[in-house]
Design a binder for this molecule. Sequence first.
Ligand SMILES: Nc1nc2c(ncn2[C@@H]2O[C@H](COP(=O)(O)OP(=O)(O)OP(=O)(O)O)[C@@H](O)[C@H]2O)c(=O)[nH]1
Ligand SMILES: [Mg+2]
Length: 375
Amino acid sequence: MQIRRYAGREEGALLRRIKADLGPDAVILHTAWVKRGGMLGLFRHKEIEIVAGGGFRIVKDFAPAPAASPVARVYGVPAPSGPPEALRREIAEIKRLVSETQEIVRARGGFEGPRELVEEGAALAASRVSEALARKLVKSLREKLPESELRDRTRVHAAVRDLVREMIRCADGITLKPGKCVRVALVGPTGVGKTTTIAKLISVYAHRGLEVAVVTNDTYRIAAADQIKRVAQLVGVPIRVCPRPQDIQQALLEFADRDLVLIDTAGRSQKNGRRIEELQEVLAAAKPDETHLVVSMTTDAQTIVDVAERFAPCKFDRLVVTKLDEALKVGVVLDVLSRVQAELSFITTGQEIPRDIEVADPGRLASLILGEESL
Ligand SMILES: Nc1nc2c(ncn2[C@@H]2O[C@H](COP(=O)(O)OP(=O)(O)OP(=O)(O)O)[C@@H](O)[C@H]2O)c(=O)[nH]1
Ligand SMILES: [Mg+2]
């Protein structure tokens, strides 16, 4: 099996090349518009990028399972059955690619209108924007754009881009208040990257010359506090580990002259009501100026919306979206923002501290969703 990426200005020529390279059974797995070339933003041009797969000859090479050895026969050990591990993995990968391709083809069938619009709708669905939302966007464009522009691929793409951009509500990271101590708490389910994000934020804001401090309430996981302590010590930022709400109040009094106090909390399963109540007690003691709900892009939109509903009593006002690097596609962000009333503050794009964090930006996220940019 081969998977290759092709790029060029002319779709027909690319398809001919794909057919010549990968054979008549080649499957288009993904298409996107990308910007190439240019200096200082000038003379850039758009190219179509196609990812295609071919050579699915593995099924023909499928070897029969080996017969049981004489020893196995004597002791009644069952003969090894099914394909070996490597083959199984390849079959699983083929199944995944085929189902993804089917999804794109099916998505195309779900849109109405001129070809240019249908292609854009299918591209949104392929980027993991839900079909329902992609259809809604396509419908609103059909109503908004004059008939003549609906057949202009560049115009339609620009209109989709504007629409996607408008939907991405962003806060400018953390809102600092000169001369005032701003308290920011991070809350969310277990393992989504709260502590790692705090570690990144400590470094970024301390590097900007702010007086930063950290309070952590996460005493559930052994070594959780150690992890963040190490980063804080490295950057020269004071940290207090506070198991009880009254300890948090004490620590915050101590840090009242700081510019920014970051408050790390222990991960809570959204299904455990009691743990969410405990978290509310922690927040009642901390009285944060901002509460950011941290969610992972490796989860589907419905689960993130469910998490947001369960964490609603914590009155979060911003969203941090983590692990974009692990997500296959990031269109899920659009569905989440269409259903959760909060602004995006940060996105995180890897495990490295402090490198892998960005202030959420509508233009950047729209480009990521539309496949025009990569991380
Ligand atoms: N790939 C990737 N991994 C990340 C990112 N952010 C965090 N991680 C990893 O996710 C794992 C969990 O991160 P933590 O920061 O401990 O998560 P947490 O939300 O504090 O976890 P709990 O405190 O146990 O609820 C670690 O292995 C991190 O390195 C990211 O943006 N991308
Ligand atoms: Mg943690």
